[in-house]
Design a protein around this ligand. Sequence first.
Ligand code: 5AD
Ligand code: SF4
Length: 484
Amino acid sequence: MDGTINKRPVYDQEGFEEAERQRKIIEELKTDLHMPKKFFLATMGCQMNARDSEKLKGILHQIGSEEVPEDEADLVIYNTCCVRENAEQKVFGRLGALKSLKRKNPNLKIVLCGCMMQENFVIEKIRKAYPEVDLILGTYNLYRFPSLLQSMLASGENRGDASSKMIIDIWKEQKEIVEDLPSIRKFPFKASVNIMYGCDNFCTYCIVPYVRGRERSRKPQNIIAEIEALAQTGVKEIQLLGQNVNSYGKGLDEPITFAQLLRMVCRVEGIERVRFMTSHPKDLSDELIDVMAEEKKICPQFHLPLQSGSDRLLKAMNRHYTQERYLDIVRKLKAKVPDVSITTDIIVGFPTETREDFLETLKVVREVRYDGAFTFIYSPRVGTPAASMPQVDPQEAKKNFSELLKVLEEIGGENHAAYQDSVVEVLAEEKSKNDASMLSGRSAQGLLVHFTAPEEMIGKICRVSVQETTPYYLIGALESEVDA
Ligand code: 5AD
Ligand code: SF4
């Protein structure tokens, strides 16, 4: 494959017919008098959920429903996450608050979707304790949102009152990949594109494989067609999404690797920046590092979850790499892509973790010198193997966690300080939240940059001179526009 393949998109017949059916229902809902006209959508969790929410919003906008604050909405949707327990508790808390909102406005419709809904105990709890919920759908049938909305509205109507019976539609596995339903993207100049769904890795702490199912790759033609269409509307930056992008292509009729897909994406005219997440170290190939080094459009940014630096824990986590193999990958990456910024995910307090295990994690952190990290205290998830392993003392875990944050902050600060007085290229995204005379955006390395520039620069790639640095962002001023 030479990266120039550009066939027409090929949709599975079943998926194609289903998309047609849903599009027809969207048309019907436009004139349905019971269709709520004001919606609020809360998105919890990761980039996958964020992308799913763009699809939900796209459908709602097409129906003619408008996004409003939660207390003004007649349709409230929570797109939930279940990776950690506190995310779930927050949803139950918010549902409690919705009870009184529904008492005030009996026409309010409540919809729940996302990963948490794939857990049996959650559905049972909602059934018993939160009868105000109108509709629950899962991760595999999100594209059926239009037809489920229609059933929800019909069930209220049949009873001749504003209340309705709870509709629950949860599938245990994916039936078809449905492409091409509407979606609303947050920014007109950058977009996320799913390249695969699900995960087959079964890390022992993680619930994702149980709620997002087996790994399924989209056909490269369909991904490229989507990106070409985005480029034509002015999108410059693409983020490719998958739980484990390095195993992209497995199971497709025509074999293709992630590195080959990246080359194809870089050939799309109009696309100037390409990012991807998440990479699993066990599947990371030399070919991928070479492509990163060669293709100038691929941003020098790598998110490489470590989870733990201890070989014993990595084994217990079922991660299939050792500290040495991980560090080896990092060394190769840094050698071939010298300006690369590396970020990671780390879990503290995994079952049986000792101080020695934790010190191994700190050792890797100090050696890699991460530019950023998502850090988590281990949270037992029902049904995962780690939940039944011997748990650690929570106080010990908290202490280690604070120490980790301190070390990461120190290293992040030092890394960022190296940008002082340099020039970085930033895609200006929006007005800065704290200072209206500034814009905020991301450098090629993915660093957050706030800089003085006129509003007209939003959506453009800007050269920014860095005047100040902190462990979390850079501050600077516009020098010039890159595209000009
Ligand atoms: N407890 C804590 N962190 C977890 N993650 C996944 N499952 C758990 C859990 N049970 C973290 C991992 C993963 C990130 C998305 O969430 O670090 O990479
Ligand atoms: Fe969870 Fe591991 Fe899959 Fe990531 S690779 S989604 S941590 S099982």
